[in-house]
Design a protein around this ligand. Sequence first.
Ligand SMILES: C[S@@+](CC[C@H](N)C(=O)[O-])C[C@H]1O[C@@H](n2cnc3c(N)ncnc32)[C@H](O)[C@@H]1O
Length: 227
Amino acid sequence: MRALRAQVRSYYSRKIERHGSTPLGVDWPNAVSQHLRFVQLLKICDFTKPFSLTDFGCGYGALLEFLAMRHADCPVTYRGIDISPAMVAAARRRWSDRPDDATFVVGSRCPDVTDYVLTSGTFNVRLGRPVAEWKRYVETILTDMQRKSRIGFAANFMLPHDQGRTEQALYRTRPQPWVDFCRKQLGCEVELLTDYGLREFTLLVRCPRTPLSPKAAVRRPSRPSRR
Ligand SMILES: C[S@@+](CC[C@H](N)C(=O)[O-])C[C@H]1O[C@@H](n2cnc3c(N)ncnc32)[C@H](O)[C@@H]1O
């Protein structure tokens, strides 16, 4: 998957270099839809007490701004991780006044265990890579998110077009295969959010307290998958 990751890194680096720290710079059309996604993903979090959060594929850290705007009363220790060094550089510039509770790292694996791991938009742009390869890539990321989250994780995906049209550049999927993956392969409880005004869905995934053994977490399905 090295070539795939290199392609993803260079795609998003070009976006932020061209458009700067704006929704367009992370490939979203506007802040309204960007924030609507955050609202869904943050439903996994319990805001009645302080918590730690990894923002996987953080871009320039727009989630941090949203947390400050909507949930300023709840202390959150935030860790952003992004595959693109240009994104992380932009995030560090933007959030240089928050060195104590917000850190950013370059990478494509969550560095530490935190209470929650969220990801918004990282699975959408497959850049013409084969769908089977992209699914393995998504599985790897979800497995990492499960292992690195103490309480739960959340992710969003784009839904298919009504007419079944596919685009080489994008990954669209029905929810069921990923609901099944999180339930059966990762052993978690899944809540599915749809109908929030975007052609997308969000999975809120709550994990058992005892982490699955690494062997169990990566086990392949015993029956052929219908995906
Ligand atoms: C659509 S943008 C969304 C950024 C941010 N989550 C937001 O909503 O503002 C997707 C981000 O995920 C990052 N990304 C994509 N694949 C990644 C991977 N495998 N590991 C880490 N970051 C990744 C990209 O560099 C980009 O910044």
